[in-house]
Design a protein. Structure first.
Length: 203
C-alpha cells in the first residue's frame, strides 16, 4: 500500500478527483494526508469529511521560503509518502525541498507546457489567440513548471471563450488527467530516462 500526501492551497477539486478515483478504483494506495499552506483552503473540509488527516502549515507565519519549506517537509514526512501530489499548491518551492522529493512529486499545471508556465494561463492562451489549450501533469523539478511531462490533456479554444469558460473546460480534463497520472505512478509504470518520462505497459 503506497502513501500519497496531497498539497493544496484552495478549492482542492483536483485533490478530490484523486481521492474519489483512488477509492472507486481500489488503488493499492491511500491518501495519507492533505496538507495546506492556508487554513482557509476549501479542500480541507472535503478531506476531513472523508476521514483523511489534514494539516495546515501557514506560509504567512514563516519569514522566508527556506524556513517554510523546511517546516512543510517535516509535516509531509510524518506521513511517510511514496508520492507527493501538488494539487493547486500555489507556492514556489526551494531547490532543497524539490531535491528531497525528486522523482516522487507530481504537479498539475493548467496549460500545455512548455506553453504558459506561471500564473494566468487561461488569459495568456486567449491573448495569444491560440486554438488549443489544456493541462499538463509533470514531475517537479527546481525550475518552475518545467519538469518531465507524464501526460497532457487538450481542449479546443472556442469562439466567445472567456477566461472562466476556458478554465472550466480545462478543469474537467484535469479531473480525469490527474487521477490517470497518479495511478501510473502508483502502479510503478513511470520512469524518467534522460529527462523524458517513459510509461511502461500494465503488468
Ligand atoms: C487547477 O486548475 C490547477 O491546475 C492550478 O490551480 C487550479 C487548482 O484548482 N494549478 C496551478 O496553477 C499551479 N501552478 P483545485 O484547487 O480545484 O484543484
Amino acid at each position: 500500500m503506497k502513501n500519497i500526501v496531497i498539497l493544496i492551497s484552495g478549492r482542492g477539486s483536483n485533490m478530490e478527483a484523486v481521492v474519489r478515483t483512488a477509492r472507486s478504483e481500489g488503488w493499492p494506495a491511500r491518501v495519507a494526508a492533505v496538507i495546506s499552506n492556508r487554513a482557509d483552503a476549501g479542500g480541507l473540509a472535503f478531506a476531513q469529511a472523508h476521514g483523511i488527516p489534514t494539516a495546515v502549515v501557514p506560509s504567512k507565519n514563516y519569514p522566508d521560503r527556506a524556513s517554510f519549506d523546511a517546516a512543510l517537509q517535516h509535516e509531509i514526512d510524518r506521513f511517510a509518502p511514496d508520492l507527493v501530489v501538488l494539487a493547486g499548491f500555489m507556492r514556489i518551492l526551494t531547490a532543497p525541498f524539490v531535491a528531497h522529493y525528486e522523482g516522487r512529486m507530481l504537479n498539475i499545471h493548467p496549460s500545455l507546457l512548455p506553453a504558459h508556465p506561471g500564473l494566468d494561463t487561461h488569459r495568456k492562451c486567449l491573448e495569444a489567440g491560440e486554438r488549443e489549450h489544456g493541462a499538463t501533469v509533470h514531475f517537479v523539478t527546481a525550475e518552475l513548471d518545467h519538469g518531465p511531462v507524464v501526460a497532457q490533456a487538450r481542449v479546443p479554444v472556442l469562439p466567445g471563450d472567456t477566461e472562466a469558460s476556458l478554465a472550466a473546460r480545462v478543469l474537467l480534463e484535469e479531473h480525469k488527467l490527474y487521477p490517470y497520472a497518479v495511478r501510473l505512478f502508483i502502479e510503478d509504470r513511470l520512469s524518467i530516462e534522460q529527462g523524458d518520462v517513459r510509461i511502461a505497459q500494465p503488468a
